[in-house]
Design a protein around this ligand. Structure first.
Ligand code: NAP
Length: 284
């Protein structure tokens, strides 16, 4: 029977540590604050926002929301980001994307001050992940995969890791983070030949493709650890991962959807805000 890697366990442990850190910061008169910038009322954004607010509250991190119309102009959105940059009481910023149509996303995301980029959206943060310089913050979901593995004591050095997906939000940064931990990493994508064979060869398999049931039993090794990042809603609105759950159960260990990586992502977000608040105290 596979070990189930529950995200809640990892997230609760992270928030417990964060609570102590925010209490220590409070004694110095500092409350870490996250700004949430959202344009419009997309259901996915609202659900994530609720989760992020709850997670931050439990970690002792405050939240300020900047809710804009779905037809906000690029100029107005940039003005909001610039205000956040200037506000010393705000330590981090989560910006929901994709941004409304017609807005130059590259321009807006790179307006954010790198030291407040707690979800790894600026080029500088991404460069930090790729150079290993430690500058900026990695995207929260990518780090959540690594934190989940660490919480359950999964060794990465020397292991063969296979990542399915090469987006800048998950696939590429998580591959770099695994490499940093001395795993031997293969990145697969939609043009990869014989995906099942690649997946089956993995000691650590991370699937972030956004295709329900993409990986079935033919891609699962009985000795493998499977981290399913995919979130796909079926016709009844139930959430499904990229890996068929019954087949993931053939692995040594797997993270379920829901209840796996998603639960860790908002704890990582809170962690990054606390790290940013500590860094601002050092720099200030
Ligand atoms: P994305 O930008 O659409 O990227 C998907 C990647 O998967 C692409 O690199 C694509 O390859 C690859 N892919 C698609 N179909 C494939 C196939 N048949 N075989 C192999 N590779 C395939 O998606 P994303 O933003 O990275 O998100 C991936 C998933 O993670 C989504 O389900 C999303 O909802 C979920 N997610 C979860 C969290 C969380 O907290 N748990 C957070 C964010 C996102 P190409 O590059 O060749 O097109």
């Amino acid at each position: 029977m596979a070990e189930i890697l529950y995200g809640k366990n990892a997230a609760d442990a992270m928030r417990e540590t964060l609570k102590h850190e925010t209490e220590a910061l409070a004694l110095q008169g500092i409350t870490p604050i996250l700004a949430i910038v959202r344009a419009g009322e997309r259901g996915d954004d609202l659900a994530y926002e609720r989760g992020a607010m709850k997670s931050c509250e439990r970690a002792g991190v405050g939240v300020r929301r900047f809710v804009l119309d779905a037809d906000v102009t690029e100029t107005d959105l940039i003005a909001v980001v610039e205000d956040i940059n200037k506000d010393d009481a705000i330590h981090g910023c989560l910006m929901f994307r994709p941004l409304p149509r017609g807005i130059d996303e590259n321009r807006v995301r790179n307006t954010l001050a790198p030291e407040k980029d707690v979800d790894g959206i600026t080029d500088l943060s991404l460069a930090g992940v790729f150079t290993g310089s430690g500058d900026g913050y990695p995207p929260c979901t990518a780090r959540a995969c690594v934190e989940l593995l660490a919480h359950y004591g999964m060794e990465l050095a020397g292991k063969r890791a296979v990542v399915v997906g090469r987006s800048l939000v998950i696939g590429k940064p998580v591959a770099m983070m695994l490499l940093e931990k001395n795993a031997t990493v293969t990145i697969c994508h939609s043009k990869t030949k014989d995906l099942a064979k690649q997946c089956r060869a993995a000691d650590i398999l991370i699937v972030a493709a956004g295709r329900a049931g993409l990986v079935d039993a033919s891609g699962i090794s009985p000795d493998g650890i499977v981290i399913d990042v995919g979130i796909n809603a079926d016709e009844d609105g139930n959430l499904r991962g990229d890996v068929i759950r019954e087949d993931a159960e053939r692995a040594k260990a797997y993270s379920p959807v829901p209840g796996g990586v998603g639960a860790v992502t908002t704890a990582v977000l809170a962690k990054h805000v606390v790290e940013a608040a500590k860094a601002s105290r050092r720099d200030g």
